[in-house]
Write a protein that binds this ligand. Structure first.
Ligand code: GLU
Length: 445
């Protein structure tokens, strides 16, 4: 059996930390199993779905490096759903109901007042043809409900273990709205059948949809796939994440300059028994992927932790992996520069600032004029290598008596204009004697 999974966002917004985890878990499972990863855009809700969001989602998934084997839009597949509707009607599993939302609400309130669960009472099943005609004459349009069978539905959830749901305790789900549009349930099941989806992997918020969907698979003559419901995210404070927080949107992370593999690594390891760690390849993450590692407790998404992971990834990244991007940023200095500065980067683009520190122009900070003048006089002639810094500062120490921070800090401030940064023994030869001299003398260089 070839594993086929799908990530099925509704294009009613861009992707954010919460839903990319579903994408990543699906993609890693597919990769691990040598299977297919389908990107399905659930765009049957015409009011809330837009083409821009759909394209944005494709962009976000592609940026994360999660290659899909096929891309489908539900809006292209309406004929399939219509055929399924006919099939369900023939089998007596789909029935029209005419209650308005207000009437349904009133029924719910009455049931609750009597201490009963607010389950749809199936009154519509008892309507005669005349009664239906009377409603239609009033201008009411029916919505359509799927008639559940009152049996115990069981599935072995890949994450949560064996699950039992008494379908007799559920309301018959509405599959088609009064305006003829589909709710998510039927198109999703029809597509899962048609596309040969073997594993439906999604967030825990869909657990309640599973029993009706299993009955729907069966009513349509298919056997249900496996299901797995992963834990959801909470913020660092344990509260639900806000979809509006830009720092949590993939677009925002991208604009900030985060590395896709940092985002993927973080999302793949939080809420699991694996340590949170940066990985450079999807294969590595896929290799480690196992449903059994997913925790049942909510996963904590801490934007700060993600940023630290991003920095860690950069700190370990070899020059060859970034050479092209550095060049595009106008950053020179080759491998020596990269190795000198990578430990000081939060995002790759920070390399630009360090390159300016090397090439100038830069405003030096002179704390002690006399000290800097003395240091300038002791500058050795070029060529310089990594040993030049040690030789020079030893001479300055011997001459001025300054040591430790009192020796190094004024030199760092004069040479870089900053109190912290990469090792000066590495930067010094790149800055070069001419600029070092000017900066020690307080000139912009
Ligand atoms: N469009 C649904 C959602 O975004 C898909 C759910 C599913 O994976 O079945 O929640």
């Amino acid at each position: 059996m070839t594993v086929t999974v799908r990530f099925a966002p509704s294009p009613t917004g861009r992707l954010h930390a919460g839903n990319i985890r579903t994408a990543i878990i699906n993609a890693l499972f597919a990769r691990r199993s040598g299977g297919d990863f389908i990107l399905r855009l659930d765009d049957t809700d015409k009011e809330r779905s837009t083409k821009e969001f759909a394209r944005g989602i494709e962009e976000d998934v592609a940026w994360l490096g999660l290659a899909w084997s096929s891309l489908v839009h539900q809006s292209d597949r309406l004929a399939l759903y219509a055929a399924a509707v006919e099939k369900l009607k023939e089998k007596g599993r789909l029935y029209p109901a005419y209650e308005t939302p207000e009437e349904l609400e009133l029924k719910r309130k009455r049931q609750l007042a009597r201490g009963k669960p607010p389950v749809y009472d199936r009154a519509a099943l008892d309507l005669t043809d005349d009664e239906k005609a009377a409603f239609e004459a009033e201008g009411r349009k029916p919505h359509w409900r799927f008639k559940l069978e009152p049996v115990d539905v069981v599935w072995d959830d890949l994450v949560r273990g064996r699950q039992h749901v008494d379908a007799g305790s559920l309301s018959d789900p509405v599959l088609i709205r009064g305006d003829g549009t589909f709710l998510y349930t039927l198109p999703s099941v029809v597509d899962d059948i048609d596309l040969g989806v073997t594993h439906v992997i999604r967030g825990e918020d869909h657990v309640a949809n599973t029993a009706p969907q299993i009955q729907l698979f069966e009513a349509l003559g298919a056997s249900a796939p496996s299901f797995g419901h992963h834990n959801l995210l909470v913020g660092a404070d344990g509260q639900a994440l806000s979809k509006r927080d830009r720092a949590l949107s993939i677009q925002g992370m991208r604009a900030e300059g985060l590395e896709p593999m940092a985002v993927v690594s973080y999302a793949a390891t939080i809420g699991t028994s694996d340590p949170i760690a940066a990985h450079e390849s999807l294969d590595e993450l896929a290799e480690a992927f196992d449903f059994a590692k997913l925790s049942r407790a909510p996963a904590r998404f801490d934007p700060h932790e993600l940023r630290l992971l991003n920095a860690k990834l950069l700190h370990e990244r070899p020059y060859g992996a970034v050479a092209g991007r550095l060049e595009a940023l106008g950053v020179g200095g080759g491998q020596a520069f990269w190795e000198a500065v990578r430990g000081n980067l939060s995002v790759l683009e920070d390399a630009k600032d360090w390159w300016t520190v090397v090439t100038g122009p830069l405003e030096p900070v002179i704390e002690d004029r006399g000290f800097c003048d003395a240091a300038a006089k002791l500058l050795p002639p070029e060529p310089w290598g990594e040993e030049s810094w040690g030789a020079w500062t030893a001479a300055v120490k011997a001459e001025t008596g300054a040591k430790g921070k009192a020796l190094f800090q004024p030199l760092r401030l004069a040479l870089t204009g900053l109190a912290h940064g990469p090792e000066l023994k590495q930067l010094l030869p790149m800055i070069g004697r001419e600029r070092v001299l000017s900066r020690l003398l307080g000139e912009t260089a």
